[in-house]
Design a protein. Structure first.
Length: 140
């Protein structure tokens, strides 16, 4: 019995594992890690279908194969720049920006607001709700 206890004590470390810190970090970073994993999965599937190696993709993107490997494991917090580099190298769309407003505002749309409309709202010019006033398109 004493031999088993000695063996156990030899295997047990006095060092604190820090697993609580790891768990808290995973909880804190869950949102971006899930998205990074989804992006990595889409890239990997595209690479398999098109028979693209990690080495080739890393070269096309101007990065080291080790860095690409970490990204493809879903362990990197991707920047928009990196995502755009993937999209360009693979000719795919990884993310899309979806407008929350139902009306798409185009650069040629002019917010024409007259002084009387400002007075009718009886508010300062800076705080006018332009959506309630309306827009007029410029004639081409």
């Amino acid at each position: 019995m004493k031999a088993n206890t000695e063996k156990f004590d030899a295997l047990v470390s006095n060092k604190t594992s820090g697993w609580h810190k790891d768990v808290n970090e995973r909880i804190t970073n869950k949102a971006w890690q899930d998205k990074a994993f989804d992006i990595a999965l889409k890239v990997i599937r595209h690479m398999r279908v098109n028979k693209i190696s990690q080495v080739r993709l890393a070269g096309d993107m101007g990065m080291k194969a080790q860095s690409l490997n970490r990204i493809l494991q879903g362990k990197e917090n991707l920047t928009l720049e990196t995502i755009c580099r993937f999209e360009s190298a693979l000719n795919i769309t990884l993310i899309e920006v979806i407008y929350s407003n139902t009306e798409v505002y185009e650069p040629e749309v002019v917010k024409s607001v007259t002084q009387s409309q400002f007075a009718a709202q009886s508010v300062a010019k800076e705080s006018v709700d332009l959506d309630s006033i309306g827009y007029e398109k410029l004639a081409a």
